[in-house]
Design a binder for this molecule. Structure first.
Ligand SMILES: O=c1ccn([C@@H]2O[C@H](COP(=O)(O)OP(=O)(O)O[C@H]3O[C@H](CO)[C@@H](O)[C@H](O)[C@H]3O)[C@@H](O)[C@H]2O)c(=O)[nH]1
Ligand SMILES: O=C(O)[C@H](O)COP(=O)(O)O
Length: 328
């Protein structure tokens, strides 16, 4: 059963993007600066239309977004070119803090984005969304602009599963439903009210995002949720319903490796918070099988995720000037 506290949190901290039209967000903005960051790896099909939609609606028509940045995460296609043409400032993941040995993955792209942006509020949006609208951004920033106590807002939505010859309106988010939500319910029930804990669309105050570590791969959303709840408490976190989200689905085998990274991340937090005390080392790899004419071939994958320290520690130690946005 959902804990009473979670039920109360949902009643107090859940809103809809319909509550936060662009005009209302703008009226609340004051001198708060806003950066939107899209991590992108091989997203030339979708990144351009997302950047254009944000630029037209929330930079040109309504001046809500101060900075629109794409972090090109080692793409092999024309992602960077398409994003720049659509109006984003593009940074290549490995060019940022290039004195540090580069790590891989989405979490690394998000962490590095903190070093090249300067908005007081940072909004992360995946660049593979197929039905993007500016309400993703206005819905995420609205609660933060309205309530100075809040530090983090996570999107939720319905998630269709679209396959070659079928469409199921609510069956997407397989790693979410089969792994992430059961783990949160088991170990962090205070976070069980997050409908889409792995959602790639969320916004946070820079001060909080720079105060927590980032894991490099797909565990980044899980880690942020658990670490921010530990840092500020769930009552300073909120959720906003963004409607429906469609994205490009990965193969089941790729989702298995994603699940391995999320489990590795969750395990590190369980250990750190004393939820489990390991008595023997555990494996940080998974073996998957593919069927061949002769039987099964095994493939070994490393799913261990590395971790970056809080960005504020790295920037404080570097002595490099921070980027600054002019305040309106
Ligand atoms: O090395 C990488 C891999 C992915 N991405 C980008 O990250 C976003 C999400 O990646 P994707 O492979 O599309 O993940 P999903 O299958 O959509 O996974 C879901 O679950 C993940 C695990 O929590 C989250 O990171 C995602 O945001 C969430 O949408 C996309 O813009 C990617 O281009 C990178 O920037 N670098
Ligand atoms: O968030 C998830 O659970 C994974 O990205 C898988 O999503 P999908 O089942 O919609 O492909």
């Amino acid at each position: 059963m959902m804990p009473t506290r979670t039920r109360q949190w949902l009643a107090n901290r859940m809103s809809s993007h319909l509550d936060w039209p662009a005009s209302r967000a703008l009226a609340l903005k004051g001198d708060t600066t806003i950066s939107v960051v899209l991590p992108a790896r091989d997203e030339q099909e979708t990144v351009g239309s997302i950047v254009s939609a944000i630029r037209e609606a929330l930079v040109e028509r309504v001046p809500l977004v101060d900075e629109l940045v794409v972090i090109d995460s080692r793409s092999a296609d024309d992602t960077a070119k398409v994003a720049a043409r659509a109006g984003a400032t593009v940074h290549h993941q490995d060019d940022i803090l290039s004195h540090l040995p580069g790590l891989w993955g989405k979490g690394e792209a998000l962490w590095k984005s903190l070093a090249v942006t300067s908005g007081d509020v940072v909004v992360f949006v995946d660049s593979d969304i197929r039905n993007f609208g500016p309400h993703f951004v206005t819905g995420l920033v609205g609660p933060l602009l309205a309530d100075p106590e809040l530090v983090y807002v996570k999107g939720c939505y319905s998630r269709p599963l679209r396959e070659a010859d079928s469409f199921s309106p609510f069956d997407g988010g397989r790693v979410t439903e089969l792994l992430a939500r059961p783990l949160l319910n088991m170990c962090w029930p205070e976070l069980s009210g997050f409908v889409q804990p792995l959602a790639g669309e969320y916004a946070g105050r820079r001060t909080a995002l720079e105060a927590v570590p980032f894991v490099c791969g797909y565990g980044v959303e899980f880690a942020l949720l658990v670490d921010l709840a530990e840092l500020v408490g769930v009552d300073r976190m909120a959720q906003v319903d963004l409607g429906c989200r469609e994205h490009s689905h990965q193969s089941t085998a790729a989702l298995g490796r994603m699940a391995g990274q999320i489990l590795d991340t969750a395990w590190s937090r369980m250990h750190r918070q004393g939820i489990v005390v390991p008595e023997r080392p555990f494996s940080r790899g998974i073996t998957q099988f593919v069927q061949t004419a002769d039987g099964y071939e095994s493939l070994d994958w490393d799913v261990e995720v590395s971790e970056r320290p809080p960005m504020r520690e790295v920037l404080a130690g570097s002595g490099a000037p921070r980027p600054r946005l002019p305040r309106s």
